[in-house]
Design a protein around this ligand. Structure first.
Ligand code: GDP
Ligand code: MG
Length: 162
């Protein structure tokens, strides 16, 4: 089954997006020590097709200093397991250094990459999504994972490359 992954800093809305896209949680991985529950898999049905989705954000560091290490771990998982990657950022915050690091790393892999600028709950916020062009990711979609806005557009783009 084609697989895509969600990556991004804590609290940007990865799990909210995962829950919106998947009909039910399929499995929480891991018998192996160390990776237990560090990723969650679900199935996404769209336009008559099914793909597997990996939420790489199972571990949420409560220490800001651990975030860079966490996003590298997520990127590694995504690169190992996914054919396409959706990086999620919080469109209501400023662009942060770890976002730039993650985007750079993901862009280098050459895998199809999509930027979901999340928490754009109202059209007035659309302009803030444009700030994230600086990340250099061509495919940018402003979404609201909570309300579902533009989530279909994101899926159209992702499924086109799977
Ligand atoms: P994760 O750590 O990246 O998995 O983020 P979560 O999915 O746990 O969400 C973090 C917080 O952001 C929660 O309080 C969510 O309710 C909130 N959130 C997620 N998506 C949206 C959205 O589209 N709009 C708004 N306003 N809040 C959101
Ligand atoms: Mg989460």
């Amino acid at each position: 089954m084609p697989t895509f992954a969600i990556v991004g800093r804590p609290n940007v809305g990865k799990s909210t997006l995962f829950n919106r896209l998947t009909e039910s949680r399929r499995s929480i991985v891991g018998d192996e020590p160390g990776i237990t529950r560090d990723r969650i898999y679900g199935e996404v049905r769209w336009a008559g097709r099914t793909a597997r989705l990996v939420d790489t954000g199972g571990i949420v560091p409560d220490d800001e200093a651990l975030i860079p290490a966490e996003i590298f771990r997520q990127a590694r998982v995504a690169l190992e397991e996914a054919e396409a990657i959706v990086m999620v950022v919080d469109g209501r915050t400023e662009l942060a250094a770890p976002d730039l690091d993650l985007a750079r790393l993901l862009l280098r892999t050459g895998k199809p990459l999509f930027l979901a600028v999340n928490k754009i709950d109202t059209p007035q916020l659309d302009a803030s999504a444009e700030n994230f062009r600086q990340l250099g990711i061509q495919n940018l979609v402003a979404i609201s994972a909570e309300h579902g806005h533009n989530v279909g557009d994101l899926l159209d783009e992702v499924f086109a490359v799977l």
